[in-house]
Design a binder for this molecule. Structure first.
Ligand code: URA
Length: 236
């Protein structure tokens, strides 16, 4: 594998950043200072050292899936198909797992990775990573609910939700909304609408942190994140 790709994969920044490290003569392979960013290396057989520290090769994988309804956000299940079952064998090899959970009937933005540190950071309640959902609601969502969601509402177990940004796209017997929340309690969006005597009939996650689903992925499709996207996630 090319050295710049290897180091970028391992979290040493973009290929441009890696080029800088090499210019600084910070990288050796088998004790020889590297001059060529495109050097082919075998990380399992050769000793790659940066600033005097041996780097161990743990290939990282970062995928974005447009999760379809009917599959569960888990690595394995006895009854249902999981999001991991939807991956190509090549990607399954990396032993990735979904970052957090979407309900079985929820669609949309789902990160899948084998990077435990990033997963921990994205899910940590302390980090307040914003997530935006689109939902269809049975019942009328009214302007007064915007303020209520902003203040935080009490859901079924007595928990008061953190401030959430509600945007009403359509209001009537059936309503359409977007909701930004920065926490991830079990069934949170559904429980928030239940608390205002309405019901979520369709739910799709549109974004998480700095990344959006976009419209290039059909349901069940996925793609690898770009180096830039991975850095944006890590920068949070
Ligand atoms: N909130 C829910 O109720 N369900 C999801 O899948 C995600 C957020």
């Amino acid at each position: 594998m090319r050295l710049d790709k290897l180091l970028a994969n391992m979290g040493f920044g973009t290929r441009k950043d890696v080029k800088k490290l090499i210019k600084q003569k910070a990288v050796t392979v088998d004790e020889v200072v590297v001059k060529d960013v495109g050097l082919q290396v075998d990380p399992e057989k050769q000793a790659v050292v940066i600033f005097g520290e041996r780097v161990t090769y743990e290939p990282m994988l970062y995928l974005l899936m447009n999760k379809p309804a009917g599959v569960i956000s888990a690595t394995e299940d006895n009854y249902d198909q999981t999001v991991i079952d939807l991956l190509e064998p090549y990607h399954r090899h990396f032993e990735p797992f979904p970052v957090g959970r979407l309900d079985k009937d929820t669609e949309g933005f789902l990160l899948i990775t084998n990077d435990g540190q990033l997963t921990h950071n994205l899910l940590s309640p302390k980090k307040h990573v914003p997530k935006v959902y689109y939902a269809k609601i049975a019942g009328e969502v009214k302007p007064e609910h915007i303020e209520m969601f902003q203040q935080g509402i009490i859901i079924d177990d007595g928990y008061q939700t953190k401030p959430a940004k509600l945007t009403i796209l359509n209001s009537g017997v059936e309503s359409e909304i977007e909701l930004e929340i920065s926490e991830g309690k079990f069934h949170q969006v559904k429980r928030m609408f239940k608390a205002i005597d309405t019901e979520v009939t369709y739910l799709k996650r549109l974004s998480m942190g700095p990344l959006q689903l976009g419209d290039d992925l059909a349901l069940g499709e996925y793609r690898e994140l770009t180096e830039e996207e991975v850095l944006q996630l890590k920068d949070r």
